[in-house]
Design a protein around this ligand. Structure first.
Ligand code: THU
Length: 144
């Protein structure tokens, strides 16, 4: 994560990102918690990749929506760093990415990457990545 500036997203791209997160949330496999989460990430070359939470009977094997999207993007050869992340949960409150997801995202986000979280009604809160994880352990620490 570097301090490189990113341009603001165009309203059209933002709308597509949101649509993708809401659409993938419907595919969530969440028989244990009952909460569906959808995440959509915007890659450096403007690809939108989405992921939903996939729960597991072991509970600990559950993969969150955000990490699902990142794994898919990397497997697809997506261009990083991410320009934006959009997360929607089926909850009355917008959920920020959990600590584990923030750590995974920090590998591929800039401090300025736009992170939008939304509740089930579409009420949003917007952050820059560094608002959510100001002192992230990112690849730069392995260089010194
Ligand atoms: N969940 C996510 O998908 N993303 C988060 O950042 C928080 C939690 C999922 C995991 C589990 O399936 C359900 O929400 C309840 O924790």
């Amino acid at each position: 994560m570097t301090a490189k500036k990113i341009k603001a997203l165009s309203p059209t791209v933002f709308k597509k990102l949101k649509k993708s997160a809401f659409a993938v949330r419907k595919k969530a496999y969440a028989p244990y918690s009952g909460f569906q989460v959808g995440a959509a990430i915007l890659t450096q070359d403007d690809q939108i990749v989405s992921g939903c939470n996939v729960e597991n009977a072991s509970y600990g094997g559950t993969i969150c929506a955000e990490r699902g999207a990142v794994l898919k993007a990397v497997s697809n050869g997506a261009k990083m760093p991410l320009k934006a992340v959009y997360v929607v949960s089926s909850s009355a409150k917008a959920w920020p990415p959990c600590g584990l997801c923030l750590q995974v995202l920090s590998e591929f986000c800039l401090s300025t990457t736009l992170v939008t979280i939304s509740n089930k009604e579409g009420q949003e809160k917007m952050y820059r990545f560094s608002d959510l994880l100001p002192e992230s352990f990112d690849p730069q620490f392995l260089k010194s």
